[in-house]
Design a protein around this ligand. Structure first.
Ligand code: AKB
Length: 324
């Protein structure tokens, strides 16, 4: 199948490209930035520059490529979005509108939307239920979350009104062997990266911070499973998906199983901590389990065991690339 990715240079694109190409799909990667110098990104034969905030360029790209399916990954994450809400609105809100419009106008049949736990926030009536189900009142506290709520609603609207079959998942904080980029959940990944390269990490979150997290191989598999599911099986457009929800200090303990000398301290940054505290502690993903058989493979320690050697390789490769 010919599949186009927007925002392919980001953390999800890094792993999604490899999985899609390994399954025999033809992947056309688009991003504002040039192709990153990683082995994973090299697997996409075609890398095209695309600014999703430009409606004419987005439509022209879809006309040229004629993809059968689009994975819309381009986004500014929560912490970066609070530093530059205008950019977050442009990329996440206008960009999603442009991608859906281009899909409608050029006859793309299926679009996959990547939402996130950032759509949630504490309702005025009290804290979020734990675990948090799919259908609670959405009170996001960040521009990223606001635009993801709107994107979810647009996704359902285009499915109903225009026959662009749009579906997707709400990702927990995703962890993988890639450098993070502007998310509030990045403390979790830095606990791995800095344990390997510096022997420890001073986290910008409290030790008792607990949010839903997921290892990227499960995240990519979820995205592909929901993308390929029969429409008749789907009772909704966007699904909660869950894996594990450790406290920050429990992540530290898991890393110390593999790197006993690693030291972790916790110095919460008020802005990012407030975002983390506004998110669910854990998610109810029973609808995804029921409708398309969702089930994570990795728990926290399973992820740690798989991830640490990958982080080592990533850092070695980065060091090699930066000296050439
Ligand atoms: C972020 O931290 O902004 C993202 C997310 C959980 O949506 N990783």
């Amino acid at each position: 199948m010919k599949i186009l990715l927007t925002g392919a240079g980001g953390q999800i694109g890094h792993d999604l490209i490899g999985t899609l190409t390994a399954s025999g799909h033809e992947v056309v990667s688009t991003d504002l930035a040039p192709r990153p110098p990683s082995h994973a990104h090299a697997q996409s034969k075609s890398w095209q520059r695309l600014d999703v905030t430009d409606p004419a360029a987005t439509k022209a790209m879809f006309e040229k490529i004629q993809p059968e399916m689009v994975f819309h990954l381009a986004a500014i994450l929560s912490a970066s979005g609070e530093k530059n809400p205008t950019l977050a609105y442009d990329v996440n809100q206008t960009g999603t509108w442009n991608v859906l419009e281009a899909a409608r106008l050029t006859g793309v049949k299926r679009m996959i939307f990547t939402s996130s736990i950032a759509v949630f926030g504490p309702p005025p009536s009290g804290p979020l239920p734990d675990p948090t189900p799919d259908d609670v009142a959405l009170h996001p506290t960040t521009m990223y979350g606001v635009t993801k709520v709107a994107g979810e609603l647009l996704c359902a609207y285009y499915t109903k009104k225009h026959g662009v079959d749009c579906r997707g998942v709400r990702f927990p904080g995703l962890i993988s062997a890639a450098m993070p980029g502007g998310g509030s959940s990045d403390y979790a990944l830095f606990m791995y990266v800095d344990a390997v390269r510096k022997g420890g990490y001073d986290a910008f979150a409290r030790a008792d911070t607990r949010i839903p997290l997921m290892y990227m191989p499960d995240g990519v598999r979820a995205l592909i499973e929901v993308a390929m599911a029969d429409r008749e099986k789907l009772s909704r457009s966007i699904y909660n998906i869950a894996a594990f929800s450790p406290r920050a200090d429990e992540i530290g303990q898991s890393v110390q199983r593999a790197i006993p000398e690693a030291k972790f301290t916790f110095s919460p940054d008020p802005r990012r901590q407030a975002i983390l505290d506004s998110w669910p502690k854990s998610l109810d993903d029973s609808a995804a389990q029921r409708d398309w058989g969702w089930k994570p493979v990795y728990d926290l320690d399973g992820m740690t065991d798989d991830l640490i050697p990958r982080v080592r390789r990533m850092l070695e490769l980065g060091a090699i690339l930066s000296t050439h």
